[in-house]
Ligand binder design. Structure first.
Ligand code: ADP
Length: 557
């Protein structure tokens, strides 16, 4: 750039100097022509005019003399001096003898000679001036042509010279912005652009170094986490926010019968089309939290946990954890079997204790005093309680092992209600609680296991009696609801806090603060299993201080 500007400056200077030089020269030449020759012609003309008037006017001699003197002072051409001297001589002769007419013609001849000489000089000088002008024009035309060529070269090349490195530099900066730290710029220029390109390359080199060291660190951390995940005994499956599979660890590879390398990056629902287990894992079904999986030639139990991976409260993926719960499952099974065996074994002796106690009250066996009668009543009560508990435990073990034996048959809802009321009548009387039943007329039969349905109703009624104040009212209603038959037991007891309602049907759950020592927390959970096994639905509605409603519905007929 600087070189270009200096060149332009020199060219302008040269052009100016040359122009001035030629203009000066031409004007000097013009001025000389005017001064030297034109003036001589003017003097000559005046002298010729005075010569014509010399005989008439006396002043004409003075005018002639005056112009002759001026001509004598303006001798510029070769030979002009001789002709002027000749003229002076002839004029002096004329002044000496004005009557000699030959003098007139001599003077005229001399003047004409001087005129010719000056005219010739004017023509010659004009030719020289024209030559000078021609030279100037030629020289300036050559310079102009060269300058035009140079200017064109500049016009075409200068933008490229400036914009090319800028374009390459901005490409480099864009590449760095896109994290391409391998980008370098090579400019073979030793100017500011070259320096800039060097500085850019140094910066890119440093960024590249930093990136590589960071990358190595991240890679190391990644492989460490992968090793940990792979060595875990639980199956782990990672999904991204679009449900594409990110990774599978070794355990889940075995369980799913798939290889990590084959399915990584694939859309999980597509894999689910051909893999039942993947389909089950992707379903958000709380009932399918425990899975029985056959892998490695054995049956194992897994619990499924789906964890959302979040970044600033945005879900960016999911991790499905399959925890192997086979040992717990086996322990639970052993416990259930143990409970089933124990309660089954206990049932017969407890029944015979109860039977013996009842027999003892028979007068044929012998008279009992009131204290003995009281003891026997207490034995019977405890035996009843034990029988109820062992019954519940047996039911629960049946439920847990999935061995519920249903005897489904068309049943009259009214007879189930009557059976249930009879079973709890004695308890109700003891607490002076009235049981009212509201049965809609003409109820259709339902398809149900009478014994188990009555058992559920008894459980509802027992609870209602237990958790209601004395002398209160318990209502049992059976009515049509849509195409279903609905059984409801309603009490006016203390009610249940809303926050415990979702857990009320859980096994062993008792509302905190319940002072019933005899309760096992199993009744409602068994009820739920019994009703659902028959295709019904169970529900609760309760408010603290307003009493509770427990109910279930069956399809009619
Ligand atoms: P339990 O044998 O302890 O009665 P249930 O499964 O039948 O076991 O009941 C679970 C818990 O639900 C009880 O411990 C009690 O706290 C609460 N409950 C059940 N029915 C009622 C009711 N009608 N009113 C108030 N609380 C109730």
């Amino acid at each position: 750039m600087s070189l270009g500007l200096i060149f332009l400056f020199i060219v302008i200077l040269l052009f100016g100097i040359l122009g001035l030089f030629y203009i000066n020269r031409l004007s000097n030449e013009g001025r000389l022509v005017l001064q030297n020759n034109h003036e001589s012609l003017v003097y000559c003309n005046r002298m010729l005019q005075s010569l014509e008037n010399i005989r008439i006017h006396k002043d004409a001699v003075d005018t002639f003399r005056e112009n002759l003197r001026k001509q004598q002072g303006n001798i510029t051409e070769v030979g002009e001096k001789e002709f002027t001297d000749e003229l002076t001589r002839n004029f002096n002769e004329l002044l000496a003898d004005p009557s000699d007419s030959s003098n007139y013609s001599d003077i005229r001849r001399s003047i004409y000679r001087i005129q010719d000489l000056n005219e010739m000089a004017i023509f010659r000088k004009n030719a020289v001036a024209q030559q000078t002008a021609e030279n100037a024009r030629n020289l300036l035309t050559v310079i102009f042509t060269i300058l035009t060529l140079v200017a064109f070269t500049f016009i075409f090349n200068l933008p490229g010279i400036i914009s090319d490195p800028i374009r390459r530099l901005s490409e480099g900066i864009l590449a760095i912005a896109n994290k391409n730290y391998k980008k370098r710029i090579y400019l073979k220029q030793e100017d500011e652009f070259g320096d800039l390109a060097n500085a850019f390359n140094i910066m890119a080199g440093k960024l590249d170094e930093y990136e590589s060291s960071n990358l190595a660190k991240i890679k190391f951390e990644k492989s460490r986490i992968e090793t940990i995940i792979n060595q875990m005994r639980d199956g782990i499956i990672g999904l991204d926010e679009k449900r594409n599979i990110l990774f599978l660890n070794a355990v889940s590879e075995k369980l799913l019968g798939l290889r990590d390398a084959d399915i990584t990056g694939k859309y999980a629902p597509d894999i689910a089309l051909t893999n039942d287990l993947v389909r089950t894992l992707l379903q958000d079904d709380p009932a399918k939290k425990e899975l029985k999986i056959f892998a490695d030639n054995k049956e194992s139990y897994f619990s499924k946990d789906v964890l959302n991976v979040t970044d600033n409260e945005t879900v960016i993926g999911q991790v499905i954890v399959l925890r192997n719960i086979t040992p717990f499952h086996e322990l639970n099974e052993a416990k259930t079997n143990f409970i089933a065996t124990v309660s089954h074994e206990l049932k017969t002796p407890i029944s015979s204790i109860k039977m013996s106690a009842v027999l003892l009250t028979d007068e044929r066996v012998g008279e009992l005093n009131s204290e003995q009668q009281e003891l026997i009543r207490s034995i019977t009560d405890d035996a009843d309680r034990l029988l109820r508990i062992t019954g519940e435990l047996l039911n629960m073990s049946q439920v847990e092992t999935g061995n519920i034996q249903l005897k489904l048959q068309p049943a009259d809802p009214a007879s189930i209600v009557t059976q249930a009321i009879q079973a709890v009548q004695f308890q109700a009387q003891q607490r002076q609680i009235t049981i009212q039943s509201h049965l809609t007329d003409g109820l259709p039969f339902i398809q149900a296991d009478v014994e188990k349905t009555a058992w559920v109703l008894i459980n509802f009624l027992t609870n209602a009696i237990k958790y209601s104040p004395e002398e209160s009212l318990v209502e049992i209603t059976v009515a049509r609801k849509d195409k279903k038959i609905e059984f409801i037991v309603r009490d006016h007891g203390r009610g249940i806090d809303e926050k415990y309602l979702p857990r009320i049907f859980d096994r062993y759950f008792k509302v905190p603060g319940t002072h019933d020592r005899n309760g096992t927390g199993l009744g409602l959970s068994i009820s739920k299993e019994f009703i659902e096994a028959q295709g019904g639905t169970i529900w609760v509605d309760s408010r603290i201080g307003e009493g509770s409603q427990f109910g279930f519905t069956f399809a009619a007929g």
